[in-house]
Design a protein around this ligand. Structure first.
Ligand code: NAP
Ligand code: ZN
Ligand code: ZN
Length: 353
């Protein structure tokens, strides 16, 4: 076991503070990563506040969050072939899976039927809690690490590992591209990556935000259109307009109102994970043979494809780098939709309190 330091919530809803813990000694196929940056996902807030208890077996405290991890390989196990010391690597939302079920064999480890092993707030194959990237080091099997773009700023690539792949996967699955009208609801961490990626894929992109405050940013990120959902006219003007809507909102909103914006055979994909259930009217779907679907991050293969796509198209995240001591403040700002557009923790700040 090796000693690690990080930041944890000691119990549900507690503010995060310094925390020491242990990680396993590297096994034959493990790499040890010196974490340089970790993105702050709204899921970190939901989980440290135990807002998903209705949908999860347990929440494990103390909880060290963080699943947008960018770091440098510091050591490798004896049988590692994919990475060497000094490589720039990433770790996303999961660190292992059963590897044998049909989903795992298809590269859909995030839907492993035996159980995806989450990067934090999960249990490894020995039943021990996993700890995430708000920490100085992580030990992970080489098959669950990613190769990071060489040509883009390292800190701005960390959030690709969750925000990036969570939007890339449904955009690809539902064929976003030239001639397709795509809407992104919510211009936060996920949403801003949705705009950049849908634009890079050649789709017509519309942002549906609560107000027009972020309009200039939306256009700069690649949006063709930008509407405020606080304006009731938005919903009459855009009725029946979209092929695909990606809903990234972290709170409960009226899905029926947004389904009405889909054309015949259109799909709304839910990626935002609010605390409470959202009611759905049958008529919202039957009226135009519409679908509502969900999507969860992406598998290792697709995450690597997304990172390579971003390297090729020069796509990284818009970030605000913060020291880890500011993490509780950053959470409050995310909750107020006051982030442009992802906080990234500079891990060099760890231990400097
Ligand atoms: P975020 O940065 O907070 O962005 C969410 C955006 O939603 C906000 O910026 C805001 O955009 C909008 N919003 C917030 N509250 C709203 C409200 N009450 N009504 C209408 N719009 C509201 O969060 P994130 O990190 O992008 O994550 C978004 C959600 O996705 C979270 O629930 C997270 O847990 C979930 N998530 C899911 C997956 C997955 O695999 N499915 C992966 C990662 C995260 P505007 O200011 O533009 O209105
Ligand atoms: Zn996330
Ligand atoms: Zn599996």
């Amino acid at each position: 076991m090796s000693k690690c330091k990080g930041y944890a919530a000691l119990e549900a809803r507690a503010p995060l503070g310094p925390y020491s813990f242990e990680r396993r000694e590297p096994r034959e196929h493990d790499i040890v990563i010196d974490i340089k940056y970790c993105g702050v996902c709204h899921s970190d807030i939901h989980q440290t506040r135990d807002e998903w208890s209705a949908y999860q077996e347990e929440s494990i405290f103390p909880m060290v969050p963080g699943h947008e991890i960018a770091g440098i390989v510091e050591a490798v196990g004896s049988k590692v072939t994919k990475y060497k010391v000094g490589d720039k690597v990433g770790v996303g939302c999961f660190v292992d899976s059963c590897r044998t079920c049909s989903e795992c064999r298809q590269g859909l480890e995030q839907y492993c039927t035996v159980g995806t092993i989450w990067t934090y707030n999960g249990r490894d194959k020995e039943g021990k809690p996993t700890y995430g990237g708000y920490s100085n080091k992580i030990v992970v099997d080489e098959n669950y690490a990613l190769r990071m773009p060489e040509n883009l700023p390292f800190d701005a690539c960390a959030p690709l590992l969750c925000a990036g792949i969570t939007l890339y996967s449904p955009l690809k699955h539902w064929n976003a591209g030239p001639g397709k009208k795509v809407a992104i609801i919510g211009l936060g961490g996920l949403g801003h990556m949705g705009v950049k990626l849908a634009h890079a894929l050649g789709a017509e992109v519309t942002v549906l935000s609560q107000s027009l405050k972020k309009k200039a940013d939306g256009k700069r990120l690649g949006a063709d259109h930008f509407y405020a959902t606080s304006d009731p006219e938005t919903f009459t003007k855009l009725a029946g307009y979209f092929d695909l809507i990606l809903n990234t909102v972290s709170a409960e909103i009226d899905w029926n109102q947004y389904l009405n914006l889909l054309k015949t055979d259109g799909t709304m994909v839910v990626v935002g994970l609010p605390e409470k259930d959202v009611p759905l009217a049958a008529f919202s779907l039957t009226a135009r043979r519409r679908s509502v679907a969900g999507s969860q991050i992406g598998g290792i293969r697709e995450t690597q494809e997304m990172l390579d796509f971003c390297a090729k198209h020069g796509v990284a995240c818009d970030i605000e780098v913060v020291p880890i001591q500011k993490i509780n403040e950053a959470y409050e700002r995310v909750l107020k939709s006051d982030v442009r557009y992802r906080f990234v923790i500079d891990m060099a700040s760890l231990g400097k309190e």
